[in-house]
Structure formats: structure tokens, C-alpha cells
Design a protein around this ligand. Structure first.
Ligand SMILES: [Zn+2]
Length: 171
């Protein structure tokens, strides 16, 4: 099932999601499959549960855009353990469509998370994967990438979004 993507302005995107405590249930497996379907339908490389209106600490990532099943990742209750180096590049978010901004992020990032069975694992990613770890984990704590751009740019984006909202082009 493909869920609609929740857009900036919905409070679910700006509050910390709940920790997942039940694993390996049919409901969780179905939800994860739906998250991947929703992410691919929206042409994203990552999706966090709050973006489909579900306040639980679950994110999916696939930097291959569905080309390589080995790159499908499930992060449940993720925590960023280590960040090193710097990369500056364009970043966007499915919940803030039509916008992309330069965002400075760590280049090499280690995350600790649980998989669908509740097993804990650690993984280190670089470049795009490092950026996805940070971006999606941020979502689960109610933080959006616009909190990493300058106040000036953020205000400009918010003004443009308000205009779209008023015009009925943001739902
Ligand atoms: Zn996002």
C-alpha cells in the first residue's frame, strides 16, 4: 500500500516519534513493505514513518532507488553514534517538495539501529548514505533539514511555503 506523504506544516513532522518495542510481528513487516512502496512511489532514497503520518521510530533507506535489493535498509530506533568529516551538497525532503538547499553534513556516519526482528546492528555509511542516515534519524526526532540551513534561507523557504499553502497548492 502506498501512503500519501505528509507535508511540512503537519505537527507529526516536528515531534519526536515513539520508540518501537514490538518486533517481528505481521503488522510491522506489512508496515515496512508499505514504507518501501511509499518511498519508491515518491521517488525518494529515504522515508521516515512520520512522513506518512505514523509517529514511530522507523525509517527505510535505499540509495539505489530500487535497483539493488542489497541496499534496502530498515532502521528502527536508530541512534547516530559517530560522525566524521564534512560534505556540502544539495538536500531535499519528500515532505518539502519543490525545494532543495545546500546542507553541510558529516561525510562518514555510524548508526546503531534495530532491524525488523529487533536485532541491534551498527553500520557506517559515507557520502549519500551518511547523509540519509542523518536526514532520516533527524526525522524521528522531529527535526527537518531546514534546521540545518541558514535562518535567512529558512525564513525564505517558510514564506514561499506559506504562499503555496494560501494558494491551496500544499496539500
Ligand atoms: Zn525528509
Amino acid at each position: 500500500m502506498v501512503y500519501p506523504i505528509v507535508k511540512f506544516g503537519d505537527p507529526v513532522l516536528e515531534r519526536e516519534a515513539d520508540t518501537v518495542t514490538e518486533f517481528d510481528t505481521p503488522e510491522l513487516h506489512k508496515f515496512l513493505a508499505d514504507m518501501f512502496d511509499s518511498m519508491y512511489a515518491a521517488k525518494g532514497v529515504g522515508l521516515a514513518a512520520p512522513q506518512i503520518g505514523v509517529g514511530r521510530k522507523i525509517a527505510v533507506i535505499d540509495c539505489s532507488n530500487g535497483e539493488n535489493p542489497a541496499e534496502k535498509l530498515v532502521l528502527i530506533n536508530p541512534k547516530i553514534l559517530h560522525v566524521e568529516g564534512k560534505q556540502v551538497g544539495e538536500e531535499g525532503c519528500l515532505s518539502i517538495p519543490g525545494f532543495r538547499e545546500q546542507v553541510r553534513r558529516g561525510k562518514r556516519v555510524t548508526v546503531r539501529a534495530q532491524n525488523a526482528k529487533g536485532e541491534e546492528f551498527e553500520m557506517t555509511g559515507e557520502d549519500l548514505l551518511a547523509r540519509a542516515f542523518l536526514h532520516e534519524t533527524d526525522h524521528l526526532y522531529g527535526r527537518l533539514y531546514i534546521s540545518h540551513v541558514s535562518a535567512l534561507k529558512r525564513d525564505l523557504m517558510k514564506r514561499k511555503i506559506k504562499k503555496l499553502q494560501r494558494a491551496g497548492e500544499w496539500e
